[in-house]
Design a protein around this ligand. Structure first.
Ligand code: SF4
Length: 417
């Protein structure tokens, strides 16, 4: 009998307004379409429920907290009826402008135990530059609401490398963000995605990227997060092992700190996950699929009992192992050889001997007795290191042209709402 899938991602494709850097699939919220989306989502959920025993559920987007109390009530009732609740880790991404006390309480009462708050910056000018709808004041208000509702596992998403962001401004954001004493921090460098206003501005010469400044901001982040009691466990992710006021050096757990995001760890360890909603991808037993990135077309397909999948790719065992090697290098503790062999059937040391030697030669990686990991310098080039590990199939079994293979559902290391 096949093992049930341990993780579920749900894409909520609505945003109040499009941010200037964002390339994720989302559209303006509209009451009628949101009702229709929720009905279709619950139907799509029924189709995979029998193959799920979730240890993590993650609602991302888009802006999941734009869904109303009534929508959330429908979702929780269905999850419950299908026997999918409770789960050890249930995350909802939230925009600070869209959290009310009622919504926070409802989420908490129904087993959501982790909220990821899309703060990005606490500098009002930079928030405007990014096209965000929230203000710093709303961050602090929503923070209080979430804590009062009983959330004791909160993530803050921050961005650096924002055009116009000085080192002093980054420091000021870190001052205020660290003072909140979240359990988790995700900090991303701005990525200039094609088809975004920010990319167009860069192309038009409206600003330039100062790589030295971006490196200095990343260095500052590493220093300050460590000093505040966080353990870096992935290129862009930091978590506590215990709540303050425990001393920062008191690391209790093994491979990952206690508040590390289990859902994202599953991505980096190339684990299986189902994905629901428009544009969501899934990766189940070596087959990657992606749903149509159009809310109406996705609703129509689900309503008519057709599959909303527009892309399907079956990978060979070696190609799967190559992706696992690539993803897993983003984890600070690297890949334990034994775990890699157990998950993929391949020996990292022999199959990737040339790549590991090259990464070591560049000073990006280190072969330890039980594992291979990137160095702190190598983590800065994790994407380039990952490219080296891939073993694409010469003639992959696909239904449609392939797109970015390194992006599960929505990249685990990307800015959230
Ligand atoms: S960054 Fe988040 S809130 Fe902004 S448009 Fe993208 S998904 Fe929506």
């Amino acid at each position: 009998m096949q093992e049930p899938v341990p993780c579920l991602y749900v894409h909520v494709p609505f945003c109040a307004r499009k941010c200037s850097y964002c390339a994720f699939y989302s559209e303006a919220s509209d009451g009628g379409l949101m009702d229709r989306y929720v009905r279709a989502l619950l139907r799509e959920l029924e189709t995979v429920a029998g193959d799920l025993r979730p240890r993590t559920i993650f609602f991302g987007g888009g802006t999941p907290t734009l869904l109303t109390l009534r929508h959330w009530g429908q979702i929780f009732r269905t999850l419950d009826r299908l026997g999918l609740l409770p789960v050890p880790e249930f995350t909802v991404e939230a925009n600070p402008a869209t959290i009310s006390a009622d919504k926070a309480r409802l989420l908490r009462e129904h087993g959501v135990n982790r909220v990821s708050l899309g703060v990005q910056s606490l500098d009002p000018g930079l928030l405007e530059r990014l096209g965000r709808i929230h203000t710093p004041g709303q961050v602090f208000r929503s923070w209080d609401i979430l804590r009062r509702a009983g959330f004791d596992n909160l993530n803050l998403d921050l961005m650096f490398g924002i055009p116009g962001q000085t080192l002093a401004s980054w420091d000021a954001t870190l001052d205020e963000a660290l003072a909140l004493q979240s359990e988790h921090l995700s900090c991303y460098e701005v990525i200039y995605e094609e088809d975004t206003p920010l990319f167009a501005q860069l192309q038009a010469g409206a600003f330039s990227v100062d790589e030295d400044l971006v490196c200095a901001q990343y260095e500052r982040l590493l220093e300050r997060a460590a000093a505040a009691g966080f353990f870096q466990y992935e290129v862009a992710n930091f978590a506590r092992d215990r709540r303050p006021p425990a001393p920062p050096t008191a690391r209790l757990s093994g491979e990952f700190p206690a508040f590390a995001c289990r859902h994202n760890i599953n991505y980096w360890r190339a684990g299986d996950f189902h994905g629901l909603g428009p544009s969501a991808t899934a990766y189940v037993r070596g087959v990657r699929t992606r749903n149509v990135a159009d809310t109406r077309a996705w609703c129509e397909a689900v309503e008519q009992g057709r599959s909303p999948v527009v892309f399907r790719e079956a990978l060979s065992p070696l190609a799967r192992a190559g992706e696992a090697a690539a993803f897993g290098l983003r984890v600070v503790t690297g890949w334990p050889y034994e775990e890699f062999r157990r998950r993929t059937g391949f020996d990292l040391r022999t199959e990737w001997a040339a790549e590991l030697a090259e990464l070591e030669r560049r000073g990006w990686g280190v072969r330890e007795p039980d594992r291979f990991r990137l160095t702190q310098a190598g983590l800065r080039f994790a994407d380039a290191a990952a490219e080296m590990m891939l073993r694409p199939d010469p003639a992959p079994e696909r239904d449609t042209p392939r797109t970015a293979i390194l992006q599960p559902t929505r990249p685990a290391w990307s800015p959230a709402p």
